[in-house]
Design a protein around this ligand. Sequence first.
Ligand SMILES: O=c1ccn([C@H]2C[C@H](O)[C@@H](COP(=O)(O)OP(=O)(O)OP(=O)(O)O)O2)c(=O)[nH]1
Ligand SMILES: [Mg+2]
Length: 151
Amino acid sequence: MTSELINVSITRLSHSEGLPLPSYATQGAAGFDFLAAVQETICIQPGERVLVPTGLCIALPPGYELQIRPRSGLALKHGITLPNTPGTIDEDYRGELKIIVMNAGNEEFCIERGTRIAQGVLAPVVRLQWHEVANLDETARGKGGFGSTGQ
Ligand SMILES: O=c1ccn([C@H]2C[C@H](O)[C@@H](COP(=O)(O)OP(=O)(O)OP(=O)(O)O)O2)c(=O)[nH]1
Ligand SMILES: [Mg+2]
C-alpha cells in the first residue's frame, strides 16, 4: 500500500504478553487483525455475546478514530459479528481495547488465545459545529426517504 503510515503509541497489559502486535495480513489490507488475548478458550453459544480482551491500550493522534470491524470470513462461516460495528475507539481513550463479539450463527463458536477475532481501521475524523437556523434549504428529495425512490 502506498498510503502514509501514522505512528500510534501502544502499550501492553500482562495478558497480551507473548502475542504479536496486531498486523496487516497483506500489503494492501485496510485493516489490521486484533488477536484475542484470552487466557483460556472461550466458547460463545448462538445468540450470546462476550467481551474479548486485546490486552492493548493505545493513544491515537489528534483527529483520528480507530474503527473495529468484523472479519468477513468469520461472519460468513460462523455468523460471528460485532453488534456495535463499527466500534469506535476515541482518540482520548486510554483503556484496554475490547471487542464485543456476538455469535449470530447456529453453532457454538470457540475463541482461542491468539484468534484473529476482528480488524481495526484507522480513520480521520471530521467534527462539526452546529449552526442553528430557522429553515433549511429546499431540495428535490425534501423529506422523502426510507425507500421513497423505489426498490
Ligand atoms: O468496540 C469497542 C467500542 C468502544 N471501546 C472503548 C473505546 C471507546 O473510546 C470507548 C467508548 O466507546 P463508545 O463511545 O462507543 O461507548 P459509550 O457507550 O458511548 O461509552 P462512553 O460513555 O464511555 O463514551 O470504549 C472499545 O474498547 N471497544
Ligand atoms: Mg461514547
